[in-house]
Ligand binder design. Sequence first.
Ligand code: HEC
Ligand code: HEC
Length: 223
Amino acid sequence: MLIRTLRTALIALCLPALAHADEPDLDNGRDINGTCAACHGENGQGGKQGEYPRIAGQSAKFIEFTLKSFRARERINLPMFPYTQDRELPDEDIRDIAAYLAAIELPTKPPKFKDSDDALTRLTAMQKVMIIPRVEGDIAAGKAIFEERCTTCHGDDGRGKRIVPMLTGQYTNYLMRQMQSFQAGERPHDEETPGEGVLKGLKEAELQNMLAYITTLQNTEDK
Ligand code: HEC
Ligand code: HEC
């Protein structure tokens, strides 16, 4: 009897902990982000014109999946590999940092500055804004290919979902580099055989046209 009461009490004590075991810990996510910030920026906004991609606002599923594929070397990322090793980044930490980054909403409009704001304040604030400059290219031709080959997964608005990443709002240079690495079979995309996927055979000008179209999908003042 006593033992049963004790057991019940113990189970009751453990229940709250169990109920929260799967909930991401956003404070832990913020701590981990200190490491990521060195390259991706404090708000996951990326930097160096896309050498470091934006990671804020990607879905938690994509971030988790990506960190695990870096860790397993299915997707090769030399600068990040040491940070993704199990000792550095166990599964719970991956869950927490993914939830933390996914919840960051970068502004889609430039802020209104005060006259007293100095150049550095302005620059720092502008780097967080999710607006990628328009790029050269045939927008109509890019739209046609994108709608034919890409929107089934990346969405009409290019924002992706679950493990399909957002393209809209991502640095153009970064996207070009990724597409070329898909074509070269260096990074897995949608295909079984490396390099044999949906981007196969597209010329650089066609990739450029799609990028030009993607920059038109961002939020604009009137949205
Ligand atoms: C030493 C610099 C560095 C650090 C630190 C770093 N990253 Fe990265 N990260 C990169 C680079 C470079 C790339 C782009 C690799 C490529 O071109 O494929 C990248 C790519 C990514 C991507 C893929 C984004 C996409 O859209 O494909 C994710 C997600 C990511 N990093 C998350 C993180 C997280 C989370 C942390 C902290 C735990 C972190 N990174 C720390 C350099 C870094
Ligand atoms: C069958 C679904 C599917 C289709 C169709 C598809 N994609 Fe993807 N795409 C994905 C997935 C999944 C990923 C993430 C792959 C990974 O990291 O392993 C991805 C990643 C990307 C990335 C890298 C983005 C980043 O942040 O790392 C680019 C660029 C891209 N796709 C462009 C395209 C373009 C352009 C097309 C059309 C020509 C296209 N995709 C069609 C599923 C798809």
